[in-house]
Design a protein around this ligand. Structure first.
Ligand SMILES: *Cc1c(COP(=O)(O)O)cnc(C)c1O
Length: 463
C-alpha cells in the first residue's frame, strides 16, 4: 500500500503536536459552538478539523492527530480516498439529486447489485437504499412486519440500533440515549440476553453460554408467542455495547431456531460490516446467514448511505410506494459507495483489517489480566476493544477508560469509549492506516493504560 493511492500524500502520515489539544483556535470555535448548539449534542474530542487523509486528522491549530475512530467506523477507506473523491466530484458536476422515487440513476442499481452479490447467502436478493443506519433498521422491521403480518421484534441486551423513536426502543442502554424521550414503543420490543461469556451468570464455558442463551431465546419466544414476532434483530458483533463477540455457533443456531418459528432474521451489520472485521461482513466469521442485512456507516466512505438487503420474496412483501425517502440512495452517496467497493477489493481492505488485528494484539494482549483491572482484549479485525474492570472483580471501571482516553487525546491519538458501562476503549482505525503510524498510536495507548490501569510491566512487552 503506498500513500499516493490512499490519499495520504498531501498530509504527512505522522503524529504532530503543534499546540496543546485542544489548541487556541479550537477553543475559540468551541465557545461559539457552545453558544449556538444545544447541549444534547455530545462530543468526544473538542477539536475542530481542517483536513483528514489516511490515518491523520489535521485540526485547525495544525495538530496532526492519529485517527483510531474513523468517524465511528465510517471512513474505513480513509476520510478522503481519491477514488471516492473523484466519483463524488464528478457526480456533483452532473447532478446532486433527483429523488430516486421521481427519476432514477444507474449508480443506485449498481450499489444494490453489489450488495445483493456480496452479502451472506447465495439466494436471490434485492436491496433498498436509505441514508442512516437507524433508517435501515427501521425499514428492515417494516419489511419484516409486512412479510409476516406480525408486530413484535426481538433484540438483545447491550444492543445498539439507533436513536429514532423505534430504534431507541430496540437499543438497550438508557442513559444518555433514552433519558427524557419516553414513552417508547417498547410493547412490541422484546429483549433476550446476548451471549456474553465475560458476564454470563456462573461464568460457564462458552458452549454452555451458547446453549443457555439459545434456551433464553426459546423461552422468550414461547412467552410472547411466535405468531406475535416478526423478526429478531442482532449485531453479529455488538458495537456500542462493547465490541462483544458471540461465541462460535450461536448466530447460525439462532437463525435456525428463529426460522423454525417463522421469525425473520435481521443482521445489523451497520458497524461491523464492509471489511471492518477482516471479512466483508462480520456474519461470515460464524457462517451466519441472515434473511435481511442492514448496512450503513462504512458503506459510502463518509457520504450518508444505508441499505437493506434481503431475500427477494421477503423484500417483495411491501407494495409500490411503501419504501423510500427524499434523500434515500442519494446519487453522490451511491457513487461514493461504488468507489468504496472498488477500493475494498483493489487494496484488499479486509486483509488490511486482519493485519491491523495482529499488530494491535501483539502490543496490547500482554496487558490483559483481570486481576490487574484489564478484563479482555476482544473483537475481530480492525474492530477491537479493551475492557477495564476493578482489579480482581468484574465491576466496570469507567473512570479508567475515561482516564486512558483522555491521556491518548492529549497526546494526539483519538480513541473512543463504548460499552453499556462506559468502561471499554474501542479501536476503529481506518483500514488504510500505515503500519508505522499505528505502531506510534498503539505505543501512546499502551503507555496510557500502563499509567492509569493497575498493571505491572508484563514480561517481554515493549519498553
Ligand atoms: C451506528 C449504528 C446504528 C445507527 O446508525 P445511524 O447512522 O447513526 O442511524 C445502528 N446499528 C448499529 C449496529 C450501529 O453501530
Amino acid at each position: 500500500m503506498t500513500s499516493d493511492t490512499t490519499s495520504g500524500a498531501a498530509v504527512p502520515q505522522t503524529r504532530h503536536l503543534q499546540t496543546s489539544i485542544p489548541g487556541p483556535k479550537s477553543r475559540a470555535l468551541q465557545e461559539q459552538r457552545d453558544a449556538a448548539l444545544p447541549d444534547g449534542l455530545g462530543r468526544t474530542l473538542p477539536v475542530f478539523v481542517d483536513r483528514m487523509a489516511g490515518g491523520i486528522i489535521v485540526d485547525v491549530d495544525g495538530n496532526r492527530i492519529v485517527d483510531l475512530a474513523s468517524g465511528i467506523a465510517v471512513t474505513s477507506v480513509g476520510a478522503s480516498h481519491p477514488e471516492v473523491v473523484r466519483r463524488v466530484t464528478e457526480q456533483a458536476e452532473r447532478f446532486t439529486h433527483t429523488c430516486f422515487l421521481v427519476t432514477q440513476y444507474e449508480a443506485y442499481v449498481r450499489v444494490a447489485e453489489w450488495l445483493n452479490a456480496h452479502t451472506p447467502g447465495d439466494f436471490t436478493k434485492t436491496t433498498a437504499l436509505f441514508s442512516t443506519g437507524a433508517e435501515a433498521v427501521e425499514n428492515a422491521v417494516k419489511i419484516a412486519r409486512a412479510a409476516t403480518g406480525r408486530p413484535g421484534v426481538i433484540v438483545f441486551s447491550n444492543a445498539y440500533h439507533g436513536r429514532t423513536l423505534f430504534t431507541l426502543a430496540m437499543t438497550a442502554k438508557d442513559k444518555p440515549y433514552k433519558t427524557g424521550f419516553g414513552p417508547l414503543p417498547t410493547e412490541q420490543v422484546h429483549r433476550a440476553p446476548f451471549p456474553e461469556p465475560l458476564r454470563w451468570p456462573g461464568a460457564p464455558a462458552p458452549e454452555r453460554v451458547v446453549d443457555e442463551a439459545l434456551q433464553a431465546f426459546e423461552d422468550l419466544v414461547a412467552e410472547v408467542g411466535a405468531d406475535e414476532i416478526a423478526c429478531v434483530v442482532i449485531e453479529p458483533i455488538q458495537g456500542e455495547g462493547g465490541f462483544i463477540v458471540p461465541p462460535a455457533g450461536f448466530l447460525p443456531r439462532l437463525a435456525d431456531l428463529a426460522r423454525a418459528h417463522g421469525i425473520i432474521v435481521v443482521g445489523d451489520e451497520v458497524q461491523a460490516g464492509l471489511g471492518r472485521t477482516g471479512t466483508l461482513f462480520a456474519s461470515e466469521h460464524d457462517g451466519f446467514v441472515p434473511d435481511i442485512v442492514c448496512t450503513a456507516k462504512a458503506l459510502a466512505g463518509g457520504m450518508p448511505l444505508s441499505a437493506v438487503t434481503g431475500r427477494a420474496e421477503i423484500m417483495a412483501a411491501v407494495g409500490a410506494g411503501g419504501l423510500g425517502g427524499t434523500y434515500a440512495g442519494n446519487p453522490l452517496a451511491c457513487e461514493a459507495a461504488l468507489g468504496v467497493f472498488e477500493v475494498m477489493e483493489r487494496e484488499d481492505l479486509p486483509g488490511r483489517a486482519r493485519a491491523i488485528e495482529q499488530q494491535v494484539r501483539a502490543t496490547l494482549a500482554p496487558l490483559v489480566d483481570p486481576d490487574r483491572g484489564i478484563a479482555e482484549l476482544r473483537g475481530r479485525g480492525a474492530m477491537l476493544a479493551i475492557e477495564f474492570v476493578q482489579p480482581g472483580r468484574l465491576e466496570p471501571a469507567p473512570e479508567v477508560a475515561a482516564a486512558v482516553a483522555k491521556a491518548c487525546h492529549e497526546q494526539g491519538v483519538l480513541v473512543l469509549v463504548c460499552g453499556t458501562f462506559g468502561n471499554v476503549i474501542r479501536l476503529l482505525p481506518p483500514l488504510v492506516i500505515e503500519e508505522d503510524l499505528l505502531t506510534d498510536a498503539l505505543q501512546v495507548l499502551y503507555d496510557a493504560i500502563r499509567a492509569h490501569a493497575d498493571v505491572a510491566q508484563p514480561a517481554g512487552a515493549p519498553a
